[in-house]
Design a protein. Sequence first.
Length: 248
Amino acid sequence: MKSKSLIALALLILIGGSVPLLAWVWHFSTQPISGTAADWAVFGSYVGGTLGPGFSLLSTFGLFWTIHNQKIAENAKSQQVSDEKYLTFASTNMQRAHSVITQGIPPEGTGGVHRDRLSWLTCARHLLTAKSASERLSGASPELQAMLVGETVHWQNKFHEIFTSTGMRHKLANPVYYEGSPSSGIEPLDERSIRVILEFAHAFDTARDPLAAVAKYSAPEIRDMPGTNVGLKSYLVSLREDPGRLKS
């Protein structure tokens, strides 16, 4: 788009600059070329008087155009810096959310979570902060958006592994886990923190798997596989002949 605009501007300058010269030639083409300095001075005054204001206007326009482009570049750079900060902040808060609810529980990631009201509230707040930071990323940084998606899916998977483990499923199936035991000093879990954490953990179930965009081997690709992939080739051929042998 910019190159087309520059070409159009160049043609406009060329045509505009040619008009006064063509008019001079049209009126004085029958006259011989003068050899006197005075005649050439008159010609110079004519050219300067007709083209000078136009070039001055173009010069001013070019100055404003340069300032405008510099402003756009500065804004884009500033937005890039802000987006990088939001990405880092969102990633850090998802990591903190995971840490605050699992730290010190072996084996990490599958041994359950801390069962106390404060840990769940703190975890939920970190997740909400991460979500807020994520929403502030502009659409002008597709690379950072892709990195954010990767980070989010990574931590959703971490939470998913915890809350779908056998031990946690049994605990979450018991209402006492949520209610606690006030008489024993175990406070009930806050309903809002439960919702935030479990929705984040189970979002992995509905997240779009990037493998869905990858095509399976076609028949020609299987046929033309090199000899080093003979085992894979045999497997794929048998799989195509009996699709029900493996569940997708």
